[in-house]
Design a protein around this ligand. Structure first.
Ligand code: MG
Ligand code: MG
Ligand code: MG
Length: 305
C-alpha cells in the first residue's frame, strides 16, 4: 500500500510542494509514497506548479486505514477529521509541536527553520536522494514563500543554504525576481472575502478556545481598499460565529515588513494587547511577518488556561 504524504488544511505552497518533494525522497529511499492534499491549490501555488510543470496533488478528505506522512504541521485542527484511524509513519515540520500523537513508532524531522522544504532538502542529502530540477525549483519557491524572500524572522542560514543549492539544481539565477513574480501571483485579491480569509487560515486550540488565524501576504496593503477591508471585517465576524472564540486576519505588507490586524472576538482587548497593538482603525504591527513566530506564541500565552 502506497503511503500518503499530506500537508495541512487550506494548503499553502510549502505544504503542497513538501508533499510532492517528500514523496519523491521517500520513493528514493524505497518507500512507496504518493503526494496528496487537503484542498485545491491557492494562486501562488498554482503559479509555482505551472512554472515548474508539476501536477497539483489529488485532494483527499479521508485518510482512514491509510498510512500517512504529515508535512508542514502536527496539529489535529489542521489534519483530516479521521486522522485517528490512520497510521502516522512520519512527520516533517517547522512549526511548534502540535497535539498529534501516535500508537506506533514514527520518523520525525522537526527543525526550527523557515520552511518544511528546507528540512526535506536535509533529508534528501542525508539519504543521498537526488532531487530533479522541476521539484528543486518548486522547493526553492516554497522556501522563498515561507521565509518571505528571506525577510521573515523565521528564516535561518539553513534556509538560505538550501535555497542556493536548490536554485543551482533548478537552474534559477535570480531568486529575487522569481520571488517577486510569485508574490505578485499571491497578491491576487480577485476572490470572495470568505475565500481570501480561508486562503491561508489555521485553527488553533488555545487553552480550550478555538482561535482561527488567517494571513494574507501582499506586495502592498494599498491594494486592500477601504471597501474590501470592511467586507473582510464583516466576513471575519461570520467566521468567528461558526464556533470559534476568535477569528483574526493578519494582512501582511511584505515590502513594508509589517502587518495590519483585523479581529473578530468577544475578547478583542486580550488579542490586541497580546500582540502589542493599540486599538484604532488601523492596527499596524511593525515588523510582524510571521504567524508561527510572532502571532501564535503571544496569543497562546495570553489564552493559556
Ligand atoms: Mg504551511
Ligand atoms: Mg511551512
Ligand atoms: Mg506562511
Amino acid at each position: 500500500m502506497s503511503a500518503l504524504v499530506l500537508g495541512h488544511k487550506n494548503p499553502d505552497t510549502d505544504s503542497i510542494v513538501a508533499a510532492i518533494a517528500y514523496a519523491h525522497v521517500l520513493n528514493g529511499r524505497g518507500i512507496e509514497a504518493t503526494a496528496v492534499a487537503q484542498g485545491e491549490v491557492a494562486p501562488e501555488t498554482k503559479f509555482v506548479l505551472d512554472k515548474f510543470k508539476l501536477q497539483a496533488p489529488k485532494v483527499v478528505s479521508s485518510v482512514a486505514d491509510k498510512q500517512v506522512y504529515l508535512v508542514d504541521y502536527s496539529d489535529l485542527a489542521q489534519a483530516p477529521e479521521d486522522l485517528g484511524k490512520a497510521t502516522i509513519l512520519g512527520i516533517v515540520d517547522h512549526h511548534k509541536l502540535g497535539d498529534v500523537t501516535t500508537d506506533t513508532p514514527l520518523e520525525c524531522w522537526i527543525q526550527p527553520v523557515g520552511c518544511s522544504n528546507t528540512i526535506i532538502k536535509m533529508v534528501a542529502d542525508y539519504y543521498k536522494v537526488a532531487i530533479p530540477a522541476d521539484i528543486a525549483g518548486a522547493m526553492l519557491c516554497a522556501i522563498l514563500s515561507d521565509t518571505v524572500l528571506f525577510k521573515s524572522p523565521t528564516c535561518t542560514q539553513q534556509d538560505k543554504d538550501a535555497a542556493q543549492a536548490l536554485a543551482k539544481i533548478a537552474g534559477v539565477s535570480d531568486l529575487e525576481a522569481l520571488g517577486m513574480d510569485m508574490f505578485k501571483a499571491k497578491s491576487n485579491l480577485d476572490a470572495s472575502p470568505r475565500n481570501l480569509i480561508f486562503r491561508d487560515f489555521k485553527d488553533f486550540d488555545m487553552g480550550g478556545k478555538k482561535i482561527g488565524i488567517g494571513q494574507l501576504e501582499l506586495i502592498s496593503l494599498s491594494m486592500v481598499s477601504a471597501d474590501l477591508k470592511a467586507k473582510l471585517q464583516a466576513e471575519l465576524a461570520a467566521v468567528k460565529a461558526e464556533g470559534r472564540h476568535s477569528a483574526v486576519l493578519v494582512l501582511t505588507d511584505i515590502m513594508k515588513e509589517g502587518s495590519e490586524l483585523l479581529v473578530a472576538s468577544d475578547d478583542e482587548d486580550t488579542i490586541i494587547k497580546a500582540l502589542g497593538a493599540t486599538k484604532s482603525d488601523c492596527m499596524w504591527l511593525d515588523g510582524v511577518m510571521s504567524r508561527k513566530k510572532q502571532v501564535v506564541p503571544p496569543l497562546q500565552a495570553a489564552f493559556k488556561a
